[in-house]
Design a protein around this ligand. Sequence first.
Ligand code: ADP
Length: 233
Amino acid sequence: MVTQEKEPIINIQGVSKKYGSVVVLHDINLKIYPGEFVILVGPSGAGKSTLIRLLNREEKPDSGKIIVAGRDITKLSSGELPYYRRNIGTVFQDYKLLPTRNAWENVAYALEVADVSDEEIRQRVPKVLKAVNLGDHLDAYPNQLSGGEAQRVSIARALIHNPKILIADEPTGNLDPEAGQEIADILEKINCQGTVVLLATHNRDLVDKMRKRVITMKQGRIVLDQRQGRYNG
Ligand code: ADP
């Protein structure tokens, strides 16, 4: 149950973004509240990935504010970015795993670069891989994993810092329906444990089954925002 009296965890206010002279986001306004699971749909080119790149501060908007957990992230300094990004786990269609590292090492790497002690790494990594049903694949390299398993390693890596928000950009795009369903189930479980999930997807079947808040974008605008929505992208 989402209580709208709470402060939004994500508050996008009047955000516009151009590439050259092409406007790809037009005055986007969007509030996402603690506890929510939000699905972003819309045809290719609608601006979903651009919005996600603004949220994880890979890019900045040309105008507007993006307040995440009370801070305007358009104003973060480069020194503050690594800390900010630990609060935002991100998962992509193509997994982005390091091919020369096994599942355990791919997840551990995210902690190593954050200067977490070896002892803590040994405790946290197996726990998070078990949470995505990969307790039996700790030593497997990315090329030894199915697409669904590789995506679950990528989710484990995104979760390792206990982020407040998990953003998944087309995570089931390369997966068969069964593996896609397992990813959706894991995202729902993560959401039930308190993490806000923002899922951008073209997967009509999953969207229609999940009955979450569905935001539809077209040509850089939000054209529909429905509770318990269906796919209409
Ligand atoms: P979606 O994720 O909904 O498919 P995108 O955010 O990827 O949409 O793209 C929105 C629009 O912005 C498209 O017209 C795309 O061609 C354009 N675009 C995206 N990234 C860039 C970029 N780095 N440079 C120029 N145009 C871009």
